[in-house]
Design a protein around this ligand. Structure first.
Ligand code: NAI
Length: 319
């Protein structure tokens, strides 16, 4: 037990901590010595209604086990109030777990603006608002840790979830940038893509499968990422679920370089398409390609060979 990673003297804000993954995080951090703000709006998984009950039950559970916790019932859209709760109760915030979320699954064809807007509001605006309110504290104390909750739906796409996919990938870009801006203030920000059985993923699954998909199997990697023993991972994307933890990254093909003149036509692109899409000599970038390098390369090659003529006859194009 002397080797266990502890969170004594840390103030942790967990959004959407009334159930599912958030509840598991809150119980864990409290059991390891942290002071925890248990935020939950207490609505349905579609984002309807509100109740203080979900957060209160988790706070009660933490307190009766001897831990420190306070409840907050605001929507993450009002992130400043959630951070206020942390500051009033515990003096500051060190760790923010942006976890709250809802679903409005429907095919793109049938999607209403309200389905789109609410998903973006809760996931993207909510994570932004909480991080924005925590940021001045993080900078002042030169310490901050953020986890943003992405999803396989965002990383890979998922039928019937274009609103959720858009929101979840937005959180990856958000994390990557906060990681870059925060680094010099000792603020780390990582994104996770969890898979767990919760009311969100409720289906008829056998007991054995459900046991393997408990939120408890997501908690350890999140806890490690926000613990002081993590001194390297910042701006990463991690998949977790069913006892599997893995890191994801971007992959760039070696690509093709063209002379930048009038011979760089769509036909010339088509001609080198195999090269553009060839992953046999990849790189793993964390920023855009170096265009000064590319300029040098482009200078040293001859005119681009013409590919087949490509025209857009009979197509209506909106630019
Ligand atoms: P859940 O529905 O059990 O928990 C989400 C919690 O967030 C609920 O307690 C809900 O009341 C709360 N919440 C919803 N809107 C809120 C708001 N505006 N303000 C404050 N609290 C709010 O779902 P689960 O599965 O625990 O999801 C947690 C996070 O993980 C979500 O961001 C979800 O999108 C993400 N996720 C979950 C996956 C899974 O397999 N369970 C897969 C990929 C991502």
């Amino acid at each position: 037990a002397s080797k266990e990673l502890r969170f004594d003297n840390k103030v942790v804000v967990v959004t959407g901590a009334g159930g599912g993954l958030g509840k598991a995080y809150a119980l864990f951090f409290a059991s390891r010595g942290a002071s925890v703000v248990v935020n939950d709006l207490g609505g349905s998984f579609k984002g309807e209604g509100a109740s203080s009950k979900a957060a209160d039950l988790v706070v009660d559970e933490i307190k009766s086990a001897g831990g420190k916790a306070v409840a907050n019932y605001d929507s993450v859209e009002n992130g400043e109030r959630i951070i206020d709760t942390a500051v009033k109760a515990f003096g500051t915030v060190h760790i923010l777990i942006n976890n709250a979320g809802i679903l409005r699954d429907i095919s793109f064809k049938n999607m209403k603006d309200a389905d789109w807007d609410l998903i973006i509001k809760v996931h993207v605006d909510g994570s932004y608002k909480c991080a924005k309110a925590a940021w001045p504290h993080f900078r002042k104390q030169k310490y901050g840790r953020i986890i943003n909750t992405s999803s396989a739906a965002g990383l890979f796409g998922s039928f019937g979830q274009c609103n959720y996919s858009a929101a979840k990938l937005a959180l990856v870009g958000f994390s990557e940038t906060l990681a870059k801006e925060g680094a010099k203030y000792n603020i780390f920000c990582n994104a996770i893509a969890p898979v767990a059985a919760s009311r969100m993923t409720q289906t008829v699954m056998p007991e054995e499968v459900l046991a393997n998909l408990k939120p408890d199997w997501i908690v350890p990697v999140v806890a490690y990422l926000v613990h002081d023993s993590n001194q390297t991972e910042n701006g990463g994307i991690f998949e977790a679920g069913a006892g599997h933890v893995a890191k994801l990254r971007w992959e760039r093909s070696k690509g093709a370089v063209y002379k930048t003149d009038s011979t760089m036509t769509p036909g010339a692109i088509l001609k080198k398409w195999d090269q553009i899409t060839d992953y046999s000599a990849p790189s793993y970038p964390d920023g855009p390609a170096d265009f000064m390098d590319l300029l040098e390369q482009s200078k040293s090659i001859g005119p681009n060979g013409q590919g087949p003529a490509i025209d857009f006859k009979d197509k209506v194009v909106l630019v």
